[in-house]
Design a protein around this ligand. Structure first.
Ligand code: ADP
Length: 537
């Protein structure tokens, strides 16, 4: 078996990817008298980068989960740091076009090679809250993106292989030559493979690729047919386990190919970067990460502070901030009215998220029972593409239909999500694994105390009120370790008891969370460091 040559020639030096973000910036050092110095020349201004993002989601126009928030938030932060960013997405029929301004034709004729022929695509351009977006619309019988949903089809690998190829073909044919192409998750992980095996020889030789993995569970596997469709061919070459060969020898693995070929691969928190290399959380990709460890790291996600801002959120009832948390109680009242909960002196515990096994479904269910049994109210907002899970939660909803202390909304509803973040007192996130997790970060920003299992990015962002070893002023929630009932019960009991018996301490914890810097400004800077580093390789 031949050994796959690395697509990069030189050994990569360590990239300065920051370690864990602490709850707050360290206090400034005490002032010393300044020594007399020569005038320091001004640092040269940093070069402006041309960055293209390619992804399957972008908030709010195509959102299923956190990936959408990251593409939206990171692009905005990079732009505000002076870089040029374009986002390439599929032109889904279910895009929320009410958030797209100035939609227009950018390229009428983009022919993307596919099997022995080519598929005709058009490319539209538009602006999404100040972000330049491009939408690739294929016109073929497959109707890749005209299906009324973002995901969930039998030919997913073909949809995304086609999109990945179309992205590169568009860059080539439109004459765009960005410095960096930033791709996300398995759906666009074939981009670096196609780039280094095909497009680098056709004119995109200067382009560098950063891959961010938001979820290792979904890797994209397919048989040799995909190599034929994309024109990569040579199954014996790509099925090599050093390249894209999956654990199942009948398949190639898109995400693995992305890791092997990308110039840098990031996952979405430092703790998860450790977990995927040293535990079973990489779902079989630990060894390939180990081989390519010198260009792999963790960068914690940020939050878009314009989209998630309780002081100026048009989707909530009363604006508030960390200096005036009282506005939260107006939102609590509005939340109760909307969800027909009784008005009484008790905390509201909430869950917002995809109803997926990853999110710890038995613990979510148990949190509901336990909260109600301990004098709290419970609100759940979530949905699942899996009919069995959806049905199970519909039965649960039916069971609590007449309960004035419980409400379940089994849908995707952005507006309801904002109101819950603003109106609830506590947010449970009992995930089995959680690469970063945005719900706990949004909850912190909205003064809703997170109760989380200490895994992945949850452990990087939530610091236990009672047991953390950091200063009390930085502690912001509750953590538990074991994915079992006593674990979540003990954390919930501690939170509910503090809310009931020590409201001032509870408020102190709320304010700690709200003061925490969860913005994109730091993480976007780390990504820029990565872009600069790979540009010079
Ligand atoms: P994941 O990416 O695994 O879905 P994250 O915590 O990283 O989880 O991000 C979830 C994002 O999706 C958050 O912005 C959350 O508010 C949002 N979200 C999840 N489910 C729903 C829903 N049913 N309605 C509205 N927003 C939702």
């Amino acid at each position: 078996m031949t050994k796959a040559p690395s697509p990069r020639k030189k050994a990569a030096p360590k990239v300065p990817v920051k370690a864990k973000r602490t709850a707050k910036a360290a206090p400034p050092p005490k002032k010393k008298p300044a020594p007399r110095k020569k005038a320091v020349p001004k640092p040269k201004s940093k070069p402006v980068l041309d960055i293209v993002m390619a992804a399957s989601e972008c908030a709010p126009i195509a959102k299923v989960g956190g990936l959408a928030d990251v593409v939206y938030g990171l692009s905005g932060a990079l732009q505000s740091q002076g870089h040029n960013v374009e986002i390439i997405l599929p032109k889904y029929d279910c895009l929320r076009t009410d958030h797209i301004d100035d939609l227009r034709m950018e390229m009428e004729e983009l022919w993307v090679p596919w099997y022995e022929g080519a598929i005709h695509c058009s490319v539209l351009a538009g602006s999404v809250h100040g972000r330049d977006c491009l939408f690739i619309e294929p016109h073929s019988d497959e109707n890749f993106f005209f299906r009324g949903a973002f995901y969930g089809f039998d030919d997913e690998p073909y949809r995304w292989a086609f999109f990945s190829k179309a992205v590169l073909e568009f860059l080539l044919q439109s004459g765009r030559r960005p410095d960096v192409l930033h791709v996300h998750d398995w759906q666009t992980a074939l981009v670096p493979v196609l780039l280094y095996e095909v497009y680098a020889h056709n004119g995109l030789d200067k382009l560098r690729v950063c891959l961010t993995i938001h979820n290792f569970k979904h890797q994209g596997t397919e048989d040799a047919g995909i190599l034929h469709a994309t024109g990569l061919g040579r199954p014996e070459y790509y099925f090599d386990p050093q390249r894209m060969g999956d654990i199942n020898p009948a398949f190639i693995n898109f995400l693995k190919g992305g890791i092997v070929y990308a110039n840098f691969t990031a996952t979405v928190s430092p703790n998860h970067a450790w977990e995927v290399r040293h535990t079973d959380q990489s779902f079989g990709l630990g060894q390939v990460l180990h081989i390519h460890q010198d260009r792999f790291g963790g960068i914690l996600n940020g939050l878009d502070y314009d989209m998630w801002n309780p002081a100026a959120d048009p989707l909530i009832h009363c604006p508030y901030d960390s200096r005036d948390v009282d506005g939260k109680y107006g939102n609590k009242k509005a939340l109760r009215q909307r969800f027909l909960l009784q008005e009484s002196y008790r905390p509201i515990v909430a869950f917002v998220g995809r109803l997926d096994a990853q999110k710890g479904l038995p613990l979510i269910r148990h949190a509901l029972y336990h909260s109600l049994a301990h004098g709290a109210q419970f609100v759940l907002l979530g949905s699942s593409p899996d009919p069995a899970i959806q049905k199970e939660f519909e039965q649960l909803k039916w069971q609590f239909n007449d309960n004035e202390d419980c409400h379940m909304e089994l849908a995707f509803d952005e507006e309801a999500a904002h109101l819950i973040y603003a109106g609830a007192d506590m947010m449970v996130v009992p995930s089995v694994f959680e690469p970063c997790g945005l719900t706990q970060m949004i909850a912190l920003r909205y003064g809703t105390v997170p109760i989380v299992r200490a895994v992945g990015g949850l452990a990087d962002t939530v610091f236990d009120w009672d047991y953390s070893d950091i200063p009390q002023d930085d502690r912001n929630g509750y953590t538990f370790h074991n994915a079992d009932l006593p674990g979540i019960e003990s954390a919930l009991n501690r939170a509910i008891a503090l809310w009931n018996h020590h409201p001032r301490a509870f408020r102190w914890m709320i304010e700690n969370g709200m003061k925490q810097d969860l913005s994109w400004s730091g993480p976007a800077g780390h990504y820029v460091d990565v872009y600069q580093y790979i540009r010079h390789k």
